[in-house]
Design a binder for this molecule. Structure first.
Ligand SMILES: Cc1ncc(COP(=O)(O)O)c(C=O)c1O
Length: 390
């Protein structure tokens, strides 16, 4: 039962956070928490980062919003910077991950129609998560996300994640497919990491079939895995890639980036967003990109991830209920052999913020600014909780 005027979408929330600094948060009773979740991969630069705070302050005092009827220099600068970093060619800005993916799905449909396909179909994966709008929940591979919201949206086909041969069979049997939408690491799905060759294989399949390769990097981007985008570990170039979460370090912004011909699909009147890419959000995001580079946070993401994963592996050696510890940089999953939702509250009690996803996977998404010492503290608090979880 909801106890406030809010809709009951998030269930009961026992802790009220009122202040944050770096990797630390404080609640309204003054209790301090080490943040190993970053507001679900959002605050990669930690809380109240001075560069982001300054950018927001300055822009709020100058021009917060003006609508997309007008040229917005910060939006253009941000688009250029994102393209320079990624090798993509053009950007559309929205306000969230789901909206970035909606833009991608709409582009796939434009592309399909251009090819003469009457029911353009996007191939998506089991266990995927792409958001909560009707199209993105349809694209998601979890009945829990979809149930109750039928009728779902037409124009999606589904295959198994990390199984290229199965996708080849689907390709032979469905002439309506015109694009693949896939997370390179399934975050909500339990930090599921595909084989190193997977993205290359997907690229080859898309080239062979004339499909768009569209990557949902809403969670894996903004330096979290040690590169700006995860695909940059593999050397491929996608046709479309989406980002959001860490882009504004807490100021809502999402982006859909496209490359080459895919970047020419959208024309005036096809798509838009009132708030998307406004001066405030773009200023915040520009400060995030500058700080990622200036403070070498890509390297830090890898270093922090190594400390946490190696520390946990050594502390949890021999624990038979720990199935696997896996991750890339600051995106880490510890899979147990049984459901472990209650570990979230146990960690909170100990002053550590974590998350449990896919029922049995402890997920850590620490900020990229964590010190070595703070990363070790994550291990010190978390390892005994997992060890004793019987
Ligand atoms: C991979 C992925 N795509 C899309 C989304 C949806 O993003 P948002 O909640 O900003 O709409 C998420 C959120 O967790 C995500 O992890």
């Amino acid at each position: 039962m909801a106890t406030t005027a809010l809709m009951n979408t998030y269930g009961e929330r026992s802790v009220t956070l009122v202040r944050g600094e770096g990797a630390w948060l404080w609640d309204n009773s003054g209790k301090k928490y080490l943040d190993a979740l970053s507001g679900i991969a959002v605050c990669g630069l930690g809380h109240s980062h001075p560069a982001v705070t300054d950018a927001i302050r300055q822009q709020a005092g100058q021009l917060t919003h003006c609508s997309n009827f007008f040229a917005i220099p910060h939006q253009e600068q941000l688009a250029q910077k994102l393209c320079d970093i990624s090798g993509m060619t053009n950007v559309f800005f929205g306000n969230s991950g789901a909206e970035a993916n909606e833009a991608a799905i709409k582009m796939a449909r434009l592309y399909g129609h251009k090819k003469g396909i009457k029911l353009p179909t996007v191939l998506v994966m089991d266990n995927a998560f792409h958001g909560r709008t009707l199209a993105t929940l349809t694209a998601s591979g979890s009945r829990r996300v979809q149930a109750g919201f039928e009728p779902l949206v037409r124009g999606f086909a589904r295959g198994p994640f990390n199984h290229i041969e199965a996708l080849k069979v689907i390709a032979e049997n469905n002439p309506n497919i015109c694009a693949i939408l896939v997370e390179p690491v399934q975050g909500e799905g339990g930090v599921q990491i595909a084989d190193p060759q997977y993205l290359k294989q997907l690229r080859a399949l898309c080239d062979e079939q004339g499909w768009l390769l569209m990557l949902d990097e809403v969670q894996t981007s903004n330096g979290r895995t040690g590169k700006y985008f995860y695909y940059q570990h593999s050397g491929i170039q996608p046709d479309v890639v989406t980002t959001a979460k860490g882009l504004g370090n807490g100021v809502p912004i999402g982006a859909c980036l496209a490359y080459g011909d895919a970047a020419k699909l959208m024309q005036p009147g096809n798509h838009g967003s009132t708030f998307g890419g406004n001066p405030l959000a773009c200023s915040a995001a520009l400060s995030v990109l500058e700080t990622l580079e200036k403070d070498s946070l890509y390297q830090r993401a890898t270093a922090i991830g190594d400390i946490i994963m190696q520390g946990l592996a050594s502390e949890l050696e021999g624990a038979t209920h720990v199935k696997e510890i896996r991750g890339r940089g600051c995106m880490i999953g510890i899979e147990l052999t049984k459901p472990c939702k209650s570990l979230y509250a146990k960690a909170l009690e100990q002053g550590l913020i974590i998350n449990v996803t896919a029922d049995s996977v402890v997920r850590l998404l620490p900020p990229l600014i964590m010190s070595d010492d703070e990363a070790k503290q994550v291990v010190t608090i978390l390892a005994p909780l997992i060890k004793d979880f019987q």
